[in-house]
Design a protein around this ligand. Sequence first.
Ligand code: CA
Length: 223
Amino acid sequence: MRILIIEDEIKTAGFLKKGLVEHGFSVDWAPDGQQGLFLALTENYDLIILDVMLPKLEGWAIVTSVKKEYPHLPLLFLTARDTTEDKVKGLELGADDYLVKPFAFSELLARIRARLRKGEFKATNMISLANLQIDPLRYRVTRTGQRIELTQKEFALLLLLATHQTEVLSRTLIAEKVWDMNFDSDVNTVDVMIRRLRRKVDDPFEPKLIHTVRGVGYVMEIR
Ligand code: CA
């Protein structure tokens, strides 16, 4: 698990980094907002911890930009500000949690673990939507009881869409999760793969489950 810390107070950052590394996380640290945003958008993190008041770029702006690219990446604000307005603002912008300094490290660790667990995919559960059924453990997909053969990547793509039902997933996010590509890679690959997946999973059946959201990406849902 990789965590990015964006924090200008060297003491706090050092304490956080040491604690997280001791608990098995791989940690990067950015001392200002600009560097933090750059790392957040170019590297692959499982979670970001950030301060609100930062040199060069405030925490609010970072949350807005990061959430646009990676809507599912958990962001945890760590800040000396504790007014209700600030909390609400942070959460409205898309921050997932808010911890006010001074805080106990054990509390932070518990919040991080809760966030990471939330995003974890439980591989033992059957996933179904309308007449589509996915058995992640046995790599089995059926619609109206008919077996559908998928390649490994097609299966990964279907699983990603199905585990985020009703959420619009950007091409960037799909490319990253399914192909491990970063965001400047050729996202047309995603469109091609979606077409192939639709031919197998949607075209011969009703209702259609994979939908295009123009200019954004794709969503799986019953319409
Ligand atoms: Ca600060």
